[in-house]
Write a protein that binds this ligand. Structure first.
Ligand code: 3PG
Ligand code: MG
Length: 399
């Protein structure tokens, strides 16, 4: 797979697919611009080569309709401030008006296309839509790691029509970081897996077994493991139908000689509200009418000890309902331990990334992925569909 640096892009019209799906507040103000910052190396490189930079992204899920609350205008403004140059805003992402704007560009200019998902064809990976996007450019660059697990037209079918396709620097960096952690990690390699549902993490857990030395589980998904180990979890969130499977998985982990750690205590609450009554209890003693909402202080100590000798840490999924202050300690304490560790720390995007930000521990992490779903797909050992598309055109000599 070639990268943008392998191609002559000077004065060319370069369409860069980015993931500017950033969180906005009710006043359309961007509350976290990490995804914008993350593609700056690619954008600055393209501008330094005097390319005509055309940016394409989705924002939210407008489901094929033009909904201005999902417009990329606030992102264009923010990017313009960051780059210190004008970012022109196109009225749409395809069509004659957009083509005229793109054709009139000079080297070093930036044009932002409007939300790709204003067209339902984007998420349908529609061939004609991919072709129409490709028609805007001489070179197509995918730097949208976070959406590369989606078979969307702007990351898959576009590669069949663009004259030249290659990866951006962020996409390459994300893939390289992950690959190194899996294939040649400094050991012990520790996976921390949390979040609400064990069902959504099962494939990742299974795949991790082939690589890791230790696994730690927390968050509501751990409740299913706790139940499988014979403890009653009261009214805690649990996936009853997966209890046996969780038990089998614990057995598989044991057979492989991987060290497995689950919570030994939890913060139990009588309801999932910030004003709830709380108590720290061993997992054996969760009251019948109560529910686990966070890992407890003994578990935080245990997890911290387990991480002492870690060489590489991969973390995906929070330890509790960190959005509510009383249930945030487990996740935030862990974030501080991981960030203080000498290990290479690789953090999944999405809610894990935002928890680490909230804990004030982001700067000391080795790497925070920009992808939630895409990162999880890598943890599952699956190839990203958009990366497969780039590799395919590379193998055909079209990149
Ligand atoms: C994300 O934020 O997960 C990516 O931008 C992909 O968005 P999606 O989950 O709406 O496809
Ligand atoms: Mg998503």
């Amino acid at each position: 797979m070639n990268t943008i640096k392998d191609i002559d892009i000077s004065k060319k019209k370069v369409l860069i697919r980015v993931d500017f799906n950033v969180p906005l507040d009710s006043k359309q103000k961007i509350t976290d611009d990490a995804r914008i910052e993350a593609v700056l190396p690619t954008l600055k490189y393209a501008l330094s080569r005097n390319a005509c930079v055309i940016l394409a992204s989705h924002l939210g899920r407008p489901e094929g309709q033009i909904k201005m609350e999902f417009s990329l205008q606030p992102v264009a403004r923010r990017l313009s401030n960051i780059l210190g140059l004008e970012v022109m805003m196109a009225p749409d992402c395809i069509g004659e008006d957009v083509a005229i704007l793109a054709d009139g560009m000079k080297g070093g200019q930036v044009l932002m296309l409007e939300n790709l998902r204003f067209h339902k064809e984007e998420t349908q990976n529609d061939r004609e839509f991919g072709k129409a996007l490709a028609a805007l450019c001489d070179v197509y660059i995918n730097d949208a790691f976070a959406v590369s697990h989606r078979a969307n037209a702007s990351v898959v079918s576009i590669t069949e029509h663009a004259p030249i396709s290659a990866a951006g620097l962020l996409l390459k960096k994300e893939l390289d970081y992950f690959k190194k952690a899996m294939e040649t990690p400094v050991r012990p390699l520790v996976a921390i897996v949390g979040g609400a549902k064990i069902s959504s993490k099962l494939s990742a857990l299974k795949n991790m077994l082939q690589h890791v030395d230790k696994i730690m589980v927390g968050g509501a998904m751990a409740n299913t493991f706790i139940k499988a180990s014979g403890c009653d979890v009261g009214r805690s969130l649990i996936e009853e139908d997966l209890v046996d499977m969780a038990g089998d998985l614990i057995e598989k982990i044991r057979v492989r000689n991987i060290k497995f750690y689950m919570p030994v205590d939890v913060v139990a609450a009588d309801r999932l509200e910030p004003e709830a009554n709380l108590k720290n209890v061993p997992v054996q003693e969760i009251p019948k009418e109560w529910m686990a909402a966070d890992i407890g202080p003994a578990t935080s100590c245990l997890f911290s000890e387990v991480l002492q000798d870690a060489g590489t840490i991969i973390w995906n999924g929070p330890m509790g309902v960190f959005e509510m202050a009383p249930f945030s300690h487990g996740t935030f304490d862990l974030a501080r331990v991981v960030s203080g560790s000498k290990a290479t720390s690789i953090i999944g995007g999405g809610e894990t990334g935002s928890a680490v930000q909230k804990a004030g521990a982001a700067d000391q992490m080795s790497y925070i992925s920009t992808g939630g779903g895409a990162f999880l797909t890598l943890m599952e050992g699956e190839q990203l569909v958009a990366v497969a598309a780039l590799e395919k055109v590379a193998s055909l000599g079209l990149s």
